[in-house]
Write a protein that binds this ligand. Structure first.
Ligand code: AMP
Length: 212
């Protein structure tokens, strides 16, 4: 199963991709997570990527396709993969096609996680990670008990650096300008499936399984 997850920031694609990875035993390849790891490691590339990410802009296509082509050579992708956050531009999608053609591993499906703009804002601005458990929470949508459980245990509710309101507006604009054209790109080839990404995590996951 070779899948791409498309969706705006905050559409929940990471969460659903992770769940699918656990169930199907194929790796979820999140370019955002890979970049954040490089930032954390303070490599020279990570230092450059950090600035771009904090502005809500995109890292260059050349760098991204380099990262992905290396990652797709690893043997854990032999049985399939879930690309989460890649491709994000038409150039990345075209280069991915070429790469997969060479490897004779074409994409099976592209899943679009579909959510309204307003909900996206709350999802992103409210997103927090508990510093102790790593659990993903949301100050608007999580139960108060869950939020309290983290802070009472001495944890902090940490907000991602690029989850502040200015950066988010930028990220949503970048999504509209550069990533949304991919919906038409994959629809033309009859590869795109839409999943309504509102409601509980379980409901969305069930819809996802239904279209796969
Ligand atoms: P994400 O966690 O997927 O929202 O990604 C966080 C940030 O990493 C994005 O706002 C971009 O700055 C960068 N990024 C992740 N994936 C890509 C990509 N495919 N192309 C360019 N930049 C990316």
């Amino acid at each position: 199963m070779r899948i791409v997850f498309l969706g705006a920031p905050g559409s929940g694609k990471g969460t659903q991709a992770q769940r699918l990875m656990d169930e199907k035993n194929i790796p979820q390849i999140s370019t955002g997570d890979m970049l954040r790891a490089a930032v954390q490691a303070k490599s020279s590339f990570g230092i450059k990527a950090k600035e771009v990410m904090e502005l809500g802009k995109l890292v260059s296509d050349e760098i991204m396709i380099g990262i992905i082509s290396e990652r797709l050579m690893e043997s854990d992708t032999d049985q399939g993969f879930i690309l989460d956050g890649f491709p994000r531009t038409t150039k990345q999608a075209e280069d991915l096609d070429l790469l997969l053609q060479k490897q004779e591993k074409p994409l099976d499906q592209v899943i679009l996680m579909d959510v309204d703009h307003e909900i996206l804002m709350k999802r992103i601005v409210g997103r927090r990670t508990c510093s102790i458990t790593g659990k993903l929470l949301n100050i608007y949508f999580s139960k108060q008990d869950e939020l309290n459980a983290c802070t009472k245990a001495g944890g902090e509710l940490i907000q991602r650096k690029d989850d502040n309101e200015d950066t988010i507006l930028n990220r949503l604009e970048v999504y509209r300008d550069q990533t949304e054209p991919l919906i038409a790109y994959y629809s033309k080839r009859d590869q795109l499936k839409k999943v309504k990404a509102v409601g509980s995590m379980d409901e969305v996951y069930q819809r996802l399984l239904d279209v796969l």
